[in-house]
Design a protein around this ligand. Sequence first.
Ligand SMILES: *[C@@H]1O[C@H](CO)[C@@H](O)[C@H](O)[C@H]1NC(C)=O
Ligand SMILES: *[C@@H]1O[C@H](CO)[C@@H](O)[C@H](O)[C@H]1NC(C)=O
Ligand SMILES: *[C@@H]1O[C@H](CO)[C@@H](O)[C@H](O)[C@H]1NC(C)=O
Ligand SMILES: *[C@@H]1O[C@H](CO)[C@@H](O)[C@H](O)[C@H]1NC(C)=O
Length: 348
Amino acid sequence: MAFAVRVSFFIVIFVIMQIQVLISANHQVPCFFVFGDSLVDNGNNNRLVTEAKVDYLPYGVDFPQGPTGRFTNGRNTADILAQLLGFNSSVPPFATAQGNDVIKGVNYASGSSGIRSETGEQLGDRISLDRQLQNHETTFSSISRLLGNDTSAKIHLSKCVYYFVVGSNDYINNYNMPEYYTTSTKYNPQEYSSILVQQYSQQLNSLYNNFGARKVVVSGVGPLGCTPAEIAKGTNGTACADSVNDAVTLFNDKLKLMVNGLNQNLTGAEFVYNGAMDLRPKDLIALGIRIVGKPCCKVSSKTGQCIKGEKPCLVRALHAFFDNFHPTEVVNNAVAAATYIQILKLLH
Ligand SMILES: *[C@@H]1O[C@H](CO)[C@@H](O)[C@H](O)[C@H]1NC(C)=O
Ligand SMILES: *[C@@H]1O[C@H](CO)[C@@H](O)[C@H](O)[C@H]1NC(C)=O
Ligand SMILES: *[C@@H]1O[C@H](CO)[C@@H](O)[C@H](O)[C@H]1NC(C)=O
Ligand SMILES: *[C@@H]1O[C@H](CO)[C@@H](O)[C@H](O)[C@H]1NC(C)=O
């Protein structure tokens, strides 16, 4: 079984590599920027005072450098995409990026963060999407200095690919936590999805207007009702917590319309909606993954994260989830492969 998984997976990657060879022969992507949450964080939370920090084993058990602050056993989708785009290493976390490195891209993502600035605050410090954009302003100044002026910086940045993975925590670590947040008493799910998408659209508009971004991948939120955390709270006899997924669907549907709106409003912009995160249990089983509703590691009942030092499951590739919220590398591979197809639409 594990062998069959590997074979089919390598075929997918092989096909993608062939496409990539054709593309990169003519169209290099000079830079790759990542914004988002723990699904793509590669170490930005390590120095923050927060419970959303995973710089310890078993996280990174399958990563060459071991635990780095990535919320999975191996590579996350930003790492895999950097490889598919032809970079010889992942883009550095903003927290440790130095000197000329930033010209090839930076990863600003922060575990527990969201579109809304208060999202995740019950866990401690985090870098909200607004703060990530402020950090990008710092990067913009460095690139301006390196290239001589703002115009040159914008020309360079217009060629970069921007990868956004955010929104999950605005539900998990905000709306769905009435004991800490008031959003669910102020807004119904329809209203909440609208205000999230509206704020997100302002953030993406500012990336375009202030920093010259033109090629942007906007990821939909995955089916949060299918995470082990939500399944453990109980479902109505179905595979996932349907009410949670229904709220996410409202958000994703509005997000797709917003992406269309950005493409209409912003000259020369190419925003693409990325639905690659939408993998349901049946899709995961079709990928050869066997255990789709339980975490691979032993998790803390408080945070849903792996308990430090506990041995994880032996065959990670048969598990969809590493802890109560985060997919394993084998799922990240599938998500990244599907996302890469979306990115190819931006490269011509
Ligand atoms: C990538 O590889 C090239 C050629 O081997 C090397 O010159 C360059 O320094 C590498 N870049 C990084 C970021 O490792
Ligand atoms: C910015 O720098 C570029 C490259 O050095 C130069 O060609 C261009 O004239 C400069 N533009 C402005 C507005 O200074
Ligand atoms: C289960 O059904 C009840 C009644 O329809 C509903 O209120 C609740 O949100 C459902 N739970 C989930 C997890 O979907
Ligand atoms: C596009 O422009 C219209 C008119 O100004 C505005 O109402 C709408 O919100 C904009 N859409 C996005 C996604 O920014």
